[in-house]
Design a binder for this molecule. Structure first.
Ligand code: ADP
Length: 592
């Protein structure tokens, strides 16, 4: 056995994560030795085509056994010549040429007794342990019977029973080992998918960054490469060493990914690329030589190539690499890798959809910005001629007009006032919606603002025959915000309530503190708003479908301004209303 094989066997032994399983096997050999009467008993398991000793009992001088590893083929001569005793094979010294055997269980040379059934030092007795499908998974061998005799029928029965138990123990340990690996991979995959789906990490670039670590750790790989495939033969790709060092990707590698990944995805297979390993997929064979060349150029010894995809679409290619000193890729690992190909493929699909959505939102935002800019510019442009018109109308009013002309002058004045209101509201909405115009916060007494609004609207309310009540704390309630904007907020809500409440009704303005929030409530017992209308209420230019409300002049901008100002102040606005049953608007604003 070469040194590197020995190290590998040692690693395999140590790597058998289930040390409890090893303890069971040790107990097993000790029981066999003690109960059946052998000085030496060993138990080996098959790992990567080698018989690796896991448990030994016997004289210290042979404890080399514990580090012994031989290819499974050492059993061949035994199988060829031995007598079968259940699971055991007995090879009597006189039936073979001792030079045929080398290794594993050849322990000692000692004197043979002189009875006919005496144990010969060159006798071999080994039990073959197999899994449910008959594959060899281990061997139990015994030597140096205490009695000095070859085992009798009773001892053979006992041996058989112990071998059966050992077999179970090894099968269980293998299953556990597979499970442990699977769990590790599943955990790696979960971490990977979790990090890939985090909203702040949901960009394809971020997926590549965040999947590297869990992948190399989960698979004990020396490096990872994820290549996304685009239609043009390119795509985002990143290769890194286990330590995170970025590996330059050549065009040939990217090209190889484009050719290999779809074939693997179609076959739903992963591919182990290593010198001397037959490709598991004939379709990949023509590309194998090229893949091996690339591997060698990168100083790597083996790689696991995994297609990433979702549905019928192959989205990318994942390659995990290993060096000469690393163990070969196990069946469990290749199985888990394929699973990760699905999971990562699904995550990539989601992220791709998210990225497209984000681009769309960005486009819409740009469109919206453009619209706001257009409105702001137009409003500005309209404002100057409007001022000229209204100024001239005022001058006209001062003249002694022909009585026949007076109604025309009055109508033009009303129209101009309406138009001015629309332009002013549009300008205000554009200003409070402009991200370039940040909010300048100062302490503002909300009660003082409400009180001044109520004072201003009071005469209109009175003229309409309404009761306008204000329930405000005389000590005031301070919030942080822009006084002019908060004035517009309260003003719009109170004037709406007055506007949409018929004579005889009541409008109540309340402000109270709830913890660190100021609650402004404007309630009326007026027309109310239908449920359908409530949906679009805060959209610019929204006007109700209720003909009674439509009779009142309005721009449909007042509530859009309210909502935007509330939003800028980190507050919330809600409406509670029933058609014909009055309306309450509630605004919550943080006090600090
Ligand atoms: P407008 O200039 O039309 O009043 P707003 O944005 O202020 O625009 O209001 C939008 C619509 O919401 C109004 O047209 C009206 O139908 C409805 N509305 C607003 N406030 C009330 C209220 N207090 N009672 C009934 N309807 C209201």
């Amino acid at each position: 056995m070469s040194d590197s094989e020995a190290t590998r066997a040692e690693e395999a032994r140590a790597g058998w994560s289930d040390s409890a399983a090893r303890a069971v096997l040790q107990l097993m050999v000790e029981s066999v030795a003690e109960m059946i009467g052998f000085e030496v008993a060993t138990l080996s398991v098959v790992l990567d085509g080698n018989l690796v000793t896991m448990a030994y009992t016997g004289p210290d001088e042979f404890s080399d056994y514990l580090t012994s590893t031989d290819p499974v083929s050492v059993l061949d001569p035994v199988l060829a010549h031995a007598e079968t005793w259940g699971r055991f094979r007995f090879l009597a010294a006189e039936d073979y040429d001792a030079s045929m055997l080398e290794g594993h269980w050849m322990v000692v040379a000692e004197e043979q007794g002189d009875t006919p059934d005496a144990w010969h030092p060159m006798d071999v007795l080994v039990g073959l342990l197999t899994d449910d499908e008959g594959r060899l998974i281990g061997a139990m061998s015994v030597d140096r019977p205490v009695s000095g005799r070859r085992p009798d029928a009773a001892q053979r029965r006992l041996l058989e029973r112990y071998a059966a138990q050992a077999e179970r123990a090894v099968v269980t340990a293998f299953e556990r080992e597979a499970l442990v690996q699977q769990v590790a991979h599943a955990e790696a995959a979960r971490r990977l998918i979790r990090s890939a789906s985090m909203p702040d990490q949901a960009s394809l670039e971020a997926v590549l960054d965040h999947t590297h670590q869990p992948l190399v750790e989960g698979f004990g790989a020396s490096g990872s490469w994820i290549q996304l495939l685009d239609d043009k033969g390119g795509g985002l790709g990143k290769a890194r060493t286990r330590e995170g060092e970025v590996v330059e990707l050549s065009d040939r590698m990217v090209d190889l990914a484009h050719r290999l990944a779809p074939r693997l995805w179609e076959a739903q297979q992963v591919l182990v690329i290593a010198e001397g390993i037959e490709p598991s997929l004939p379709a990949a064979e023509p590309l194998l030589e090229e893949s091996l060349r690339q591997l060698t150029e990168l100083g790597l010894d083996s790689a696991l190539a995994v297609p990433l995809g979702a549905g019928s679409e192959c989205l990318g290619f994942l390659v995990l690499s290993r060096r000469a000193q690393d163990p070969p890729w196990s069946a469990v690992e290749t199985g888990s890798a394929l699973q990760i190909g699905y999971d990562l493929g699904a995550a990539l699909m989601t992220v791709r959809a998210l990225e497209r959505e984000r681009a769309l939102v960005h486009e819409l935002q740009q469109l919206d910005d453009y619209r706001s800019q257009l409105i702001a510019t137009l409003s500005h442009e309209l404002r100057t001629p409007l001022t000229v018109i209204s100024g001239n109308l005022e001058l006209l009013g001062d003249l002694e007009l022909d009585p026949a002309a007076q109604p025309y002058q009055a109508a033009m004045t009303r129209g101009t006032v309406r138009m001015k209101k629309v332009v002013d509201d549009l300008l205000l909405l554009a200003r409070v919606s402009d991200p370039q115009h940040p909010l300048a916060r100062v302490p503002v007494d909300l009660c003082a603002i409400a009180s001044s609004v109520v004072g201003l609207v009071g005469s209109t309310a009175e003229g309409k025959g309404l009761t306008l009540e204000a329930r405000l704390d005389p000590a005031g309630l301070v919030v942080q915000g822009d006084p002019a904007e908060l004035d517009r907020l309260v003003g719009n809500l109170v004037s709406n309530a007055v506007k949409y409440t018929p004579a005889g009704g009541t409008v109540t303005v309340t402000i109270e503190r709830r913890g660190r929030t100021a609650i402004l409530r404007v309630a009326d017992d007026g027309l109310g708003i239908s449920e359908e209308d409530q949906v679009g209420l805060f959209r610019p230019f929204f006007r109700t479908t209720n003909p009674d409300a439509l009779r009142e002049p309005g721009t449909g901008l007042g509530l859009a301004i309210v909502a935007t100002i509330v939003d800028r102040h980190d507050g919330e606005v809600a409406v509670h209303s029933r058609l014909g049953g009055g309306t309450t608007f509630t605004v919550a604003l943080p006090t600090d």
